[in-house]
Ligand binder design. Structure first.
Ligand SMILES: C[S@@+](CC[C@H](N)C(=O)[O-])C[C@H]1O[C@@H](n2cnc3c(N)ncnc32)[C@H](O)[C@@H]1O
Length: 420
């Protein structure tokens, strides 16, 4: 691997900033630096690094009595990156070790650690087979504990293992597309491919025949009874995946989102698909409407713990406090959505989170507080294909370990109705 220095620079920057998502950081790096590093390789290595960092930390700590202090993150990142090469990319042991030791020697700050790096990597190679890391230590403890509390040890472990695997690509075809034969239709209009490569190079993308959408993200819009020629209010719409799906289903969609940057991305998506819905850039909480709506979709901001497979940077970006903040936002957005809903109207609430606080507990609270709001339970007879995901209350709950092979994003979805 010739581009080790580029990769470690991206990783170090991510840990310096800690608030920027890795995709933006990679974009930034490519716009500011000349590099031979292929984007697909960069994404593969960086994502593997983020997925396995916790597990590799356990291995590193078991193989040295020397404490690598928190401030010496640069050395820890070098060791983690070397382990990605050794155990994920399966590169030859000694070539990997020699290269990283050489890199250590080149900087004043890392030079004193060159022989340590050499020794610990050799020790890991010799002892790796004897070291067993339990599933719960492969992700931050607060996250595993939250899943254990919500679903028990077995499910928490299944979520963890599935969240740390590389996801396939699911696309939603709006128009008939001649896809290569590695794509498999896993649900009407949804095709899946493992190891998809650069999305924009896939047939039909530039022609606007499809967009990227995980199978689970396609479920919320399907729960509306029939939205053909109906007005739908899409709250929190950017970057527009569900809006495009509803337009494709024949609905007249009004999109609202407060993020200018994300709306820009949504407009690019709509242009590619030649869709032209109404777009409002506004904080929903400050938006006043003269009319109410019969169909509303609220895809609320959330911890996104159901999408760690696709965004392993979330492992480092999310924390307990953020979860509490999201929960409060969801409460107020849900109540605002209800105020915009017509009597006899339907509201679909969804989050790409598997935390009960952001899902079922939000709905329990809402149904207790608003007696005129009822759940419309999803029935097996309506969606035989989603039968496994229907909860005892009639909501939908998907987990990353479902929809095998390949898995799916974790989503919570509830269908509500305003009775009076
Ligand atoms: C989960 S994402 C939506 C994904 C989108 N529905 C899709 O299918 O592509 C949540 C969105 O909520 C937006 N958002 C968060 N708080 C908001 C608010 N108070 N008003 C409007 N939009 C908000 C964010 O900008 C973000 O784009």
């Amino acid at each position: 691997m010739e581009n080790r220095k580029d990769l470690i620079a991206i990783i170090n920057k991510f840990f310096d900033k800690k608030i920027v998502n890795i995709d933006d950081l990679i974009e930034d790096y490519y716009s500011q630096n000349e590099t031979n590093l292929k984007r697909s390789e960069c994404i593969l290595v960086v994502n593997s690094f983020l997925r396995y960092a916790h597990e590799f930390d356990q291995i590193i700590d078991k193989c040295t009595s020397k404490k690598i202090s928190k401030s010496n993150l640069i050395i820890r990142n070098i060791l983690r990156m070397a382990l990605v090469e050794l155990y994920i990319l399966r590169r030859p042991n000694y070539a990997v070790i020699d290269s990283w030791v050489e890199i250590c020697k080149q900087k004043k700050r890392t030079k004193p650690f060159a022989s340590f790096t050499n020794a610990i990597l050799r020790k890991i190679i010799n002892e790796k087979n004897k070291i067993k890391i339990s599933t719960q230590h492969k992700i931050p403890q607060w996250l595993w504990m939250s899943w254990k509390q919500d679903y028990g040890v077995d499910v928490a472990n299944k979520i963890t293992e599935a969240s740390l695997t590389e996801p396939p690509l699911d696309i939603y075809c709006h128009k008939k597309t001649k896809l290569d034969d590695k794509f498999i239709e896993i649900e009407k209009n949804i095709f899946r491919k493992t190891k998809a490569g650069f999305v924009e190079d896939i047939e039909g993308f530039r022609k606007g025949q499809w967009w990227v959408q995980d199978i689970s993200a396609s479920i919320p819009a399907k729960l509306f009874s029939n939205i053909k020629n109906q007005e739908v209010l899409d709250l929190c719409s950017a970057p527009g995946g569900k809006a495009m799906q509803m337009i494709s289903m024949g609905a007249k969609v009004t999109c609202i989102d407060s993020s200018i940057q994300r709306v820009q991305l949504m407009k690019t998506n709509f242009n590619r698909l030649k869709f032209n819905p109404e777009i409002i850039i506004k904080d929903i909480l400050n938006w006043k409407s003269k009319k109410t709506f019969k169909y509303i979709l609220l895809d609320a901001p959330c911890s996104a713990t159901g999408t760690i497979r696709k965004h392993p940077d979330l492992i480092f970006l999310k924390n307990k406090n953020e979860l509490i903040r999201h929960t409060k936002t969801q409460q107020v957005l849900l109540e605002k959505a209800l105020s915009l809903l017509s009597v006899h109207g339907q509201l679909i609430y969804c989050v790409c989170s598997i935390q009960k606080n952001e899902g079922i507990k939000q709905i329990d609270r809402l149904l207790k507080k608003f007696k005129n709001i009822k759940r419309v339970p999803v029935k097996k007879s309506e969606f035989t294909q989603f039968e496994k995901y229907i909860t005892k209350d009639g909501d939908i709950q998907t987990f990353p370990y479902m929809q095998k092979p390949g898995g799916m994003d974790g989503f919570f979805i509830s269908r509500l109705y305003k009775e009076y």
